[in-house]
Ligand binder design. Structure first.
Ligand code: ADP
Ligand code: MG
Length: 304
């Protein structure tokens, strides 16, 4: 019998557009391979839509807030139909850069030095705090956003201007800036999938460098690393994935500088658009898009 897959995409996060793209790509591929597919938005009618369609598996194609942070997973868990990617707790931890970085540090995974700042509570002079705890340049970013949305590399000169973009977040992260190479590593179903290096032509791997083909970010695969360095990278990616208890596919973002891998974050809902990195990493390993989707679907569950 043909399998029914319900894809949830869109949503309310700043990555809505990327999620719609991910949803479309996944739908196209599944239909080509004889699945019965329906795409829905995660709105207040979601539960009804799921009950009407009665899917065998739910494919979570959401990114960012409400889709990648444990919220939607709670609803899906309560419905009891297997859904793809990480479960409630893992999603929540991975999405929270403060909590996940603390876990990385506790488990000897190097991550850039950081502190958090609350606009309403910390109300101390942030520049003074930076001088005390880190040094310029620094990176400021939201705790729970993705796709480089509202990530800024700041000098002493431009930090006040950039901070204005983050004022609506309750809490932000101030991190030491790590120069060097941008390398990302993917894990699937608790196994090492592979890695890719990105060479943006912009100041850093920002939203435009990630999603616009016009930005001409160079994708380098295989990554140019010695075997032992590559193994170190993949060991770190699988350690982070297992540490947080992730399911299905994850992509860990690293900076590589002076022989050290700095883990910036682990993504539990990596993109699946035509410019996305996980499908590219998989393809290099001989896993085409459909095989990748099947691996993800096979690991769908309601168990964690
Ligand atoms: N501490 C840092 N040092 C250097 N570059 C950084 C740092 N933090 C973030 N960046 C740059 O910003 C990009 C997005 O940051 P990341 O922490 O991965 O957040 P997001 O969840 O938005 O992807 C990174 O891929 C990198 O290019
Ligand atoms: Mg990232």
């Amino acid at each position: 019998m043909k399998k029914k897959i319900l894809i949830i995409s869109g949503g309310i996060s700043k990555e809505r557009k990327i999620s719609l793209d991910t949803g479309k790509q996944v739908k196209k591929e599944l239909i080509k391979n004889n699945y019965i597919v329906k795409i829905v938005e995660p709105d207040f009618k979601l539960t009804n839509k799921i009950k009407l369609f009665k899917p065998n598996i739910i494919f979570n194609a959401l990114h960012g807030q409400f889709g990648e942070d444990g919220y939607i997973q709670t609803i899906l868990e309560s419905i009891g139909i297997p859904y793809t990617h990480s479960g409630i707790i893992s999603s929540a931890i991975a999405m929270d850069k403060e909590i996940s970085k603390k876990l990385f540090i506790k488990n000897n995974i190097i991550t850039p030095k950081f502190f958090t700042y609350m606009f309403d509570k910390s109300n101390k002079d942030l520049v003074k705090l930076i001088d005390k705890k880190l040094k310029f340049p620094v990176v400021i970013k939201p705790i729970n956003e993705g796709s480089s949305v509202n990530v800024f590399i700041c000098s002493r000169k431009n930090i006040t201007k950039n901070l204005k973009f983050l004022e609506n977040y309750k809490k932000i992260i101030i991190e030491e800036f790590i120069p060097g190479r941008e390398i990302q590593a993917a894990i699937i179903n608790d196994k090492k999938l592979g890695a890719i290096e990105l060479k943006p032509r912009r100041k850093f791997y920002d939203y435009v460098a990630k999603y616009s083909s016009k930005a001409k970010t160079k994708h380098i695969i295989p990554v140019d690393l010695k075997k032992n360095e590559y193994n170190k990278l993949m060991d770190l990616a699988i350690k982070a994935h297992k540490l947080i208890g992730c399911r299905g596919v994850t992509r860990s973002d690293f900076k590589y500088y002076k022989g050290k891998f700095f883990l910036l974050e682990i993504n539990t809902q990596p993109g699946m658009t035509s410019l996305s990195l996980v499908p590219e990493i998989a393809a290099y390993q001989g896993i085409n898009f459909m095989k990748l989707l099947e691996l993800i679907l096979n690991d769908a569950s309601t168990k964690k």
